[in-house]
Structure formats: structure tokens, C-alpha cells
Design a protein around this ligand. Structure first.
Ligand SMILES: Nc1nc2c(c(=O)[nH]1)N[C@H]1C(S)=C(S)[C@@H](COP(=O)(O)O)O[C@H]1N2
Ligand SMILES: [Mo]
Length: 326
């Protein structure tokens, strides 16, 4: 991995560039246009700083999810405003600007919807989303989300841990990894008509990571059904890893023997590793990962190892070189 050192004060790339666009913008746009693109995003950031937190769920038309109990691991840090969580998104299937998913994701039809569980499991099956929602009690999990770009949020997800679902599927001894796939539907997800990424978006975890009690499937936030722009009807949330591991709008979960391909790693393997554990000690080749801006706040704060979940998850990586396996 080639690490280009940036001055501690040089935060521009981390704050104004989307994961993959920097190189292409630099290649194809004139300097002035690139600066203008940066300015647009900077203004978006200002807007989200100015917005005040509405009462939880206030701005939402999403149906409430009944019977949600508070789950473990919740942080008491202030929760990011609902309006920011639902208008400042990365979901390239709907465009590459932070505001695109909130504007465009309404075209995604989340019913009917099924998720196929297949591969190295004793009980392969296709589960309808409404059945999946009833399989396990729904919990609220208030987690930090740290995007590899250098911003973060605190999000009160509603969902259930992946572990019990995986146990129910009875992985075979050959199941070492879990591969997740987002829906492919270019008519509903217009970004899939562009070649900004290879579609469908894919992600993966080691089986032991997927079984960790912090890893959840989220179906809601702020007590209500997940908005499309946040990955409806069901998305992964792995809070100790950079946000791009938390794949949205999942239709397939496959248990496999060897490490599966993942979208951002395929796009730029020297920039986005398979593990992608949040790690302030390993810079992105184009920017530092030591600090982050919490959306809604002005000052940047320190980024914590494993996004603050080290005491829960560090043991998963005992003996692993986290610089090589970034
Ligand atoms: N299918 C899909 N999943 C995705 C993405 C995406 O573009 N497509 N973006 C990822 C990135 S980069 C981040 S930071 C989080 C953002 O989740 P949020 O918009 O709900 O905050 O979703 C991740 N999951
Ligand atoms: Mo991200």
C-alpha cells in the first residue's frame, strides 16, 4: 500500500471527495470544475451543521416499527439528526453526491422483496422480507458510523444481530466467509446505469466477524422503517468497520469458503482493503484517518481504533497484521 503523507492541516481531500471519484475527477475535470465540485460538498456540510436536531423521527413519514426494545452496546453520545441521517448519504446506486440518495431513492420498490441465503449452509432458503422482520425481536442499536471519507454519525438503528440468523441457517465446516449482494435493478436504481462501480454492489465478512454480536441487519432507524436512502428494506451494519462495509438493500447472502470480492476493494485495492477496520494508525493513501468530522458538529474529533469498539472486537484480529490487512 502506497501511503502519501498529507499535512495534518490538509483535510480537504477527506472532506470534499467521495471514495472513488477523486482520481476520475482529477483526470477528467478542469481544476476549476473540481474546485467547484468540492465547494458544493463543503456547502452541504455547512447545511448539515446548521440543521438542528428534530425530535427523533419528527421529519419522517416512515411507518413505525412496533415493539422495539433497546439492545446492548448503545453509545450515549448525541444522536445525529434524523434529517442528516436521511439526506447526507452514500448510496451510489442513486448517484454520487451526498444529497442524491435522499432525492432519488424513492424509485426503489422494497415490496415484494426477498433475501436468498445460500452456499455452504445446511438450510439454504429464500426469506420474504416480512417474514425476516418477524424472525427475531427487533432491537435499537445506537452505533457510531465512520465513513472512510472522514465523516461520522451516531445512528439509532433498529435491527437484529446476524449471529442467531446465521446459526439458524447451519453453516457447514467449509463456510469461512459471508458474501452480501445488493439488489441489481437499473430501472429503479439509476446509478446502476453508470459505470462508477461494477454492479451489483458486493461486500463480505469473515464468518467470525459476521457472528460477532455487534454485527446487525438493520431494518429501521429512529424507531421507524428504514428509509430507502439508508438501505431499505434491509442492510448490514458493522460499526467497527468503515461505512462502505455496511452494504445496503441486500438480496443475497452467500456462505463461501474463500474471501469474496468486495466492491471498493475491486475498484481500488490499494485504497480499500477487505478488512477495512476503522484504524486511525493506517492512513488512506490520499488522506489521514486520524480525525473525523461528526455530522452536525464543527470541530473534528479523534478517530478511535475499531471506531471505539476495540474492547469488543480487537480479539477477532489477534495475531493479524492490521497494517498489511487494512
Ligand atoms: N449498496 C450500497 N451500499 C452502501 C453504499 C453504496 O454506495 N451502495 N455506500 C456505503 C458507504 S460508503 C457508507 S459510508 C454507508 C452510508 O450509509 P448511510 O447513507 O445510511 O449513512 O453505506 C454503505 N453501503
Ligand atoms: Mo463511506
Amino acid at each position: 500500500m502506497i501511503i502519501k503523507k498529507t499535512a495534518a492541516s490538509d483535510i480537504s481531500s477527506s472532506e470534499i471527495t467521495a471514495h472513488g471519484l477523486y482520481l476520475r475527477r482529477r483526470e477528467f475535470l478542469a481544476g476549476g470544475a473540481a474546485a467547484a465540485a468540492g465547494l458544493t460538498v463543503a456547502l452541504t456540510g455547512c447545511k448539515s451543521q446548521a440543521s438542528s436536531a428534530p425530535p427523533p423521527g419528527a421529519a419522517s413519514n416512515e411507518p413505525p416499527l412496533p415493539g422495539v426494545k433497546r439492545g446492548p452496546y448503545g453509545t450515549t453520545e448525541p444522536q445525529t439528526a434524523y434529517g442528516d441521517i436521511t439526506s447526507y448519504n452514500n448510496f451510489y446506486e442513486f448517484g454520487t453526491d451526498k444529497s442524491d440518495p435522499g432525492k432519488n431513492a424513492g424509485t426503489l420498490r422494497t415490496r415484494p422483496w426477498t433475501v436468498a441465503f445460500e452456499g455452504e449452509i445446511g438450510k439454504p432458503q429464500v426469506i420474504d422480507i416480512d417474514a425476516l422482520l418477524k424472525l427475531f425481536p427487533l432491537e435499537e442499536r445506537v452505533y457510531r458510523l465512520r465513513c472512510v471519507e472522514g465523516w461520522s454519525m451516531v445512528i439509532p438503528w433498529v435491527g437484529f444481530p446476524l449471529g442467531p440468523l446465521i446459526q439458524r441457517l447451519q453453516p457447514t465446516s467449509r463456510a469461512k466467509y459471508v458474501a452480501f449482494t445488493t439488489r441489481l435493478a437499473p430501472e429503479q436504481m439509476p446509478g446502476q446505469k453508470t459505470s462508477v462501480l461494477d454492479w451489483p454492489y458486493v461486500e463480505g465478512l469473515r464468518l467470525d466477524e459476521a457472528l460477532h454480536p455487534l454485527a446487525i441487519l438493520a431494518v429501521g432507524l429512529y424507531g421507524k422503517t428504514l428509509p430507502n436512502q439508508d438501505g431499505a428494506p434491509v442492510r448490514l451494519v458493522v460499526p467497527w468497520k468503515y461505512g462502505f462495509k455496511s452494504i445496503k438493500s441486500i438480496v443475497k447472502v452467500r456462505f463461501v469458503e474463500s474471501q469474496p470480492p468486495t466492491s471498493w476493494n475491486r475498484y481500488a485495492p490499494s485504497e480499500y482493503g477487505f478488512y477495512s477496520n476503522v484504524n486511525p494508525a493506517v492512513d488512506h493513501p490520499r488522506w489521514s484517518q486520524k480525525k473525523e468530522r461528526r455530522i452536525g458538529e464543527f470541530r473534528r474529533r479523534d478517530t478511535l481504533p475499531f471506531n471505539g469498539y476495540a474492547s469488543e472486537v480487537a480479539s477477532l484480529y489477534a495475531g493479524l497484521d492490521l497494517v498489511k490487512n487494512f
